[in-house]
Design a protein around this ligand. Structure first.
Ligand SMILES: [Zn+2]
Length: 306
């Protein structure tokens, strides 16, 4: 058996898995992404997360056949570097992530784009059944709800401020970090909400997707209106991507997509309809089948690539 590792590096959390050669998860671990410091601090936290996942699998990290990483920013697998990962602390420049991880853990490290590896995993193993393999090659792929370039598609000119410094991006309405900032501002301006009470009660310092889900269940007014706003933005942005690329399948991933599940996806599908050029043949739309571990499992697939 040859086990391999996968890491999904996100702005909020680092998720690591150890999988066997049938892609079954043998062990997993997660920890918050450091808010402060720089790339080396993030790399250290990633190495720790892999150690924990390997321990859960009953293995030493050095026994892994390789480790794949799904990363935000500009990824150069050949050079082993990640550049301009702006949702990570102090990561404006270029950092040799592959060498750093490989010297900390032992195995070879392969890098890929976070959205791409999660999407590839859904096509290879999950929700997006590609049908005949030759069809699969021709299908354009869209994965919303997670970080990635599609998040910065403009859904409103001069709209809300985005964490990227621009305005009106889909991410500014539907990204977890942007939604938290908006919720904080509205709360400070007097909007009533249980979001932050739930956060404190659960000992968190961020509004995780689980906290949003709880608030929605309680019919929290602010949470409901911000989620509805996110759904409208996703509807416009994803429909625009479909109009441009003629995709047949849309997989909604990311912590939020997976946590809120099918009803949320149905709302996004409904919000897409008025914006679809060919509304009579809408794309199939589904929740990421691999759930929260999809990004990390997808990253582990990078190891097989020669
Ligand atoms: Zn943006």
């Amino acid at each position: 058996m040859s086990a391999r590792g996968g890491i999904d590096l996100g702005g909020t959390k680092i998720q690591a898995v150890v999988v066997d050669d049938k892609h079954e998860v043998l062990g997993d671990s997660r920890r918050p992404t450091p808010h402060e410091g720089g790339p080396q601090d993030v790399a250290d936290a990633m190495a720790e997360t892999v150690r924990d996942a390997a321990k859960a699998a009953g293995l030493e990290p050095g026994a892994l056949a390789g480790i794949g990483v799904g990363s935000p920013g500009a990824v150069d697998d050949g050079a082993g570097t990640v550049t301009s990962a702006r949702n990570l602390p102090g990561w404006e420049g270029s950092f040799d992530l592959a060498t750093s991880l490989s010297s900390a853990l032992g195995p070879i490290v392969r890098l890929g784009n976070d959205v791409q590896v999660a999407t590839d995993a859904e096509f290879a193993l999950g929700a997006a059944d590609p049908g005949a393999p030759e069809d699969a090659e021709q299908r354009a792929r869209v994965l919303g709800g997670a970080a990635g370039e599609i998040g910065h598609m403009v859904v409103r000119r001069g709209g809300a401020h985005c964490t990227c410094g621009r305005r009106g991006c889909m991410e500014a309405y539907a990204g977890r970090a942007a939604m938290e900032i908006t919720a904080r501002h509205k709360h400070e301006d007097g909007a009533k909400t249980d979001l932050f009470k739930i956060m404190e009660k659960r000992g968190r310092d961020r509004l995780t997707s689980g906290i949003w889900a709880r608030a929605l269940k309680r019919e929290d007014k602010l949470a409901t209106s911000l989620i509805e706003r996110a759904v409208r933005a996703l509807g416009a942005g994803v429909a625009s991507a479909v109009n441009l690329l003629d995709v047949e399948t849309v997989v909604i991933g990311g912590g939020m997509g997976v946590r809120l599940g099918e009803p949320y996806v149905e709302k996004i599908a409904a919000a897409m309809t008025p914006h679809l050029f060919s509304a009579d043949r809408p794309p199939a739309i589904s929740v990421a089948h691999l759930g929260d571990l999809g990004g990390a499992i997808g990253a582990s697939l990078l190891v097989d690539r020669s």
